[in-house]
Design a protein around this ligand. Sequence first.
Ligand SMILES: [Zn+2]
Length: 331
Amino acid sequence: MDLNQIEKEAISDIRLASDKQQLADVEIRYLGRKGFLTAVLRGLGGLDPQKRKETGKSANLLKIKIEKLISEKANEISGLKKVDMIDVTMPGKDFEFGHLHPVTIIYEKLFEAAKPLGFSVVTGPEIETVWYNFDALNTPKDHPSRDVTDTFYFEDGKILRCHTSPVQVRYMEENKPPIRILAPGRVYRRDSDATHTPMFHQLEGLLVDENVKMSDLKGTLEYLVKAIFGEDRKIRLRPHHFPFTEPSVEVDVSCDLCGGKGCKSCKNEGWLEILGAGMVHPNVLRNSGINPEKYQGFAFGLGVERIAMLKYGVDDLRAFYDNDLRFTEQF
Ligand SMILES: [Zn+2]
């Protein structure tokens, strides 16, 4: 065997040795009187001077290496691994405490704020059927969000949900009103730039009961927005369109920097868009087994990263996923 081969096999044999006896056998096999490495060292005399010098050096280095590995393995086997290295008089190392990711912080603030209103947290699958993700939510057959350029499809026709709204349908199927739920989770869209990532986090809220009115929605949103952004912030509702709500609104929060007067940060609007909402479309209630003649509901949905960006002044959404400690340690 040449030195390379001896080294390879010795390392492997030492690793495989599982008790003292096996390790002793390995030592004999390589370093013993008739061991492989010993044979090489003995054969040095027959080599020409230059070759003798090189091989001798390599063989001795390998001998030291094998001895060291055997000694480490022996310590490992007897459970004494590096115990002799511990100096108990040394001062302890500081613990580095981890902390919550900004997305988690926003989620927890929202859960906490909505709890006194009777909302509980419900989750559902990220791989969804077209029925739960689109059809049940009254999305027209030709709606652009159904397109393969917008939504991730699997070969079997299932999709990665593009919102957490399917959770609402699934919950309404199983539960009778009154319903008050928050549906948090990851959602997926084919989008990628400074303000869009293919995966982001949503939080949706759903309330279904008798005599639910638009004013209930507005009051709830105002309360939640103030809980996140502060008591001095205002909201405004703008008419919008979503397939699953009617009427539908987009909700803005007053700009913190200019107090609503208009500045660079809010593009001179005085307002920043934060979420979509509306009264649950009767078709959605019907598709979920709830009688829209008797019950009404409101729903809202927001991107958690978007809220975090506005709250903490982050201008690139992708920073939330880079795992750069210089970024995440700031929260
Ligand atoms: Zn502003």
